[in-house]
Design a protein around this ligand. Structure first.
Ligand SMILES: [Zn+2]
Length: 289
């Protein structure tokens, strides 16, 4: 593992100044420490559980920039590095504070190197969904939480105390992560019947991801234990086994996860039944092979 954290010093030039490389001690800057540790925990999930060696499975360095922009309210994957804003201090605190957000951004890199889900419409919502799944799993793996113990929240701790909300999103209960005067209510649907058709947000990629998110939570909940061991393994297999296309839709993704469950755990296995039940819960009918 090779990590490198840079500091944009509230500018918007990337990568910024290199402030901590692999093996170097803490700098005293909490954002740098959080990013460095978060990259380590993300690497650990992919390596220890799935034997994936970094984002590209070819030992690529893990790079991040902190203190991007002035009061910048976001974090993103720019195609080669993770970039974190400090937040405006009124709604958002710093984006490195949440391990699930760090895992989410890095998982975008993994998706880019594997299934390549196009970031628009249903395939874009699946891209977001995959990042939420692995973001949650990075946190659960780091903290050794079972499916029953986990919060299933993405972005816990990045809102200020002023905000009425727990996190950005909830995989367990999409649409309930926040309900605030300024931010409004978490708009995520949790069922196919409530799929949102919109031109905003690349066709609702951060909205409709709630539907597969709830399916995944349900599968992990049914199987119990550590979610990365079975549900997470099935999702990782689906992402990497070549069964998806860049434009896969929900029904195709569902069918691919069922096939992956059968391939790894057997026809008629508890895992297969759990995956089928998870998709049925959210109203997604798997595509015919
Ligand atoms: Zn994302």
């Amino acid at each position: 593992m090779s990590r490198a954290i840079s500091d944009a010093q509230t500018g918007e030039t990337l990568p910024g100044i290199l402030v901590r490389s692999e093996g170097e001690p803490e700098t005293g800057d909490a954002s740098v420490t959080e990013a460095y540790d978060g990259l380590g925990y993300t690497f650990a999930l992919f390596w220890e559980v799935f034997e994936r060696d970094s984002i590209d499975d070819r030992s690529s360095p893990l790079e991040a920039t902190v203190h991007f922009g002035s009061l910048y309210d976001n974090a993103f994957w720019d195609g080669s590095r993770m970039v974190f804003g400090d937040g405006d201090g009124e709604i958002f605190t710093g984006f490195t504070r949440s391990l699930s957000v760090i895992g989410h951004e890095l998982a975008h890199g993994v998706t880019e190197f594997t299934a390549g889900l196009v970031y628009r419409g249903q395939s874009g919502a699946l891209n977001e969904h995959v990042s939420d799944v692995f973001g949650a799993l990075v946190e659960q793996h780091a903290w050794r939480q079972t499916a029953a113990e986990a919060s299933w929240l993405v972005g816990e701790g990045i809102f200020t105390d002023e905000v009425e909300g727990n996190a950005l999103r909830s995989l367990k209960a999409p649409g309930t992560a926040y309900d605030d005067d300024v931010l409004g209510k978490d708009p995520q649907p949790a069922h196919w019947d409530d799929f949102i058709v919109t031109r905003d947000d690349n066709g609702g990629v951060h909205l409709n991801s709630g539907i597969p998110n709830r399916a995944f939570w349900s599968i992990a909940d049914t199987l119990g234990g550590f979610a990365w061991e079975r549900a997470g393994q099935i999702w990782y297999d689906t992402l990497t086994n070549g069964s998806l296309t860049p434009r896969s839709e929900f029904s195709e993704f569902a069918a691919a996860t069922i096939a992956a469950a059968v391939a790894r755990f057997g026809d008629g296995s508890d895992e297969q039944r759990a995956v089928e039940a998870g998709w049925a819960l959210v109203g997604v009918v798997p595509a015919e092979a």
